[in-house]
Design a protein around this ligand. Sequence first.
Ligand SMILES: Cc1cc2nc3c(=O)[nH]c(=O)nc-3n(C[C@H](O)[C@H](O)[C@H](O)COP(=O)(O)OP(=O)(O)OC[C@H]3O[C@@H](n4cnc5c(N)ncnc54)[C@H](O)[C@@H]3O)c2cc1C
Ligand code: FES
Length: 352
Amino acid sequence: MSAVYRNAAPPAIPWFKEGFFDFWSTRVNSLWTLRRPLVRLVGRTSASADAVTLQLQPNRHVGGLLPGQHVNLGVELDGRVTTRSYSPTVLDNGHLAITVKAIPGGKVSQHLARTAAIGDVFSVGPGFGDMTVALSPQRLVLLAGGSGITPMRSLLRQLDKQPLQAPVDLVYWARRQEELCFVDELQAMAARQPGFKLHTALTRDAATPAPRVDSFDFSGFDRLAGARVLACGPAGFVDAAKARLGAHVASFEGEAFSVPVLPELEQGSVQVELLRSGRSLSIARGTSLLTALEAAGIQPASGCRMGLCNTCVCTKVSGITRHTLTGDHASEPSIPLKLCVNSASTDLTLEL
Ligand SMILES: Cc1cc2nc3c(=O)[nH]c(=O)nc-3n(C[C@H](O)[C@H](O)[C@H](O)COP(=O)(O)OP(=O)(O)OC[C@H]3O[C@@H](n4cnc5c(N)ncnc54)[C@H](O)[C@@H]3O)c2cc1C
Ligand code: FES
């Protein structure tokens, strides 16, 4: 009789057993979990006048992160986990470094930059984002506005592992000299790699304020027309960079760190039925569904709040939504919907 061999499927773990295991194992070591990815704060250094770099030790479930990508970090504040996106650099010792700019009035950035303590543990999601680079020769122009430098630093450390095969320019805008991060590291790379040029643009420099991206002079840049341009920073910065260069280069990709201020085109309120929770509520039409649901006391899963990470996706069963970044309407039933970048145009039914 011949034996039939099958690959054993991993045993299903009831959630209460996993919760039970994690509860006791994290009392022995705060990073020991059955499968939840966690990081522990093990070091902090000042990165600039208003930013700190946190060194995070990952547990063995953290992985799948490419240079230039971002992760969602879950931070417990007032008994509730609040999630924001950050762009880590993987250090030589396997730890993650995130550099956090303290935003005035910012809930998570103020906590991370000012009050988080060594030993604190945060949840962390998988890497996401498309601004990654191959090591094959490609002409790159990197544009960073403020904290948009963080994924660029990670990309540059990757490129710096071997002699550059094609020119790379980084233009880094900040208001003042003391707000610049990683200057020594970037200057050292420029000294080591003849193909790398660092341009800093200080828009509020007392002596010679630099032009913003919309009027920056790129005419001296080598082979600009054949360049792949990557831009990262506040939404207004990325939009201005695209308007300035998008039509003049081989390709333009931008990722915004902050939500653009939207004109409230649609007003009044609509009724939203939430099938899973059995709730029905009235929400404002003009604002993103994520913000509107949060204002109504619902806490849908979320991460980047920018339409990048897919954490907030749920099924729209019926109704018409408006994409808050493109203005496009979607009326098809039973389609996936990102709550953070869609608002309700009509009454909606959501699988939530
Ligand atoms: C893909 C992605 C990657 C990111 N990577 C980094 C990173 O590496 N380092 C980093 O410091 N930040 C990064 N951010 C921004 C970060 O996720 C948070 O938005 C930021 O830390 C502010 O969160 P908060 O809770 O302190 O502010 P909130 O309490 O959410 O907001 C407070 C106020 O600040 C405004 N605001 C929010 N974010 C910004 C911003 N970035 N610039 C200016 N105003 C803002 C809000 O509109 C609001 O008015 C990234 C964002 C995205 C989408
Ligand atoms: S929260 Fe990231 S896509 Fe909506």
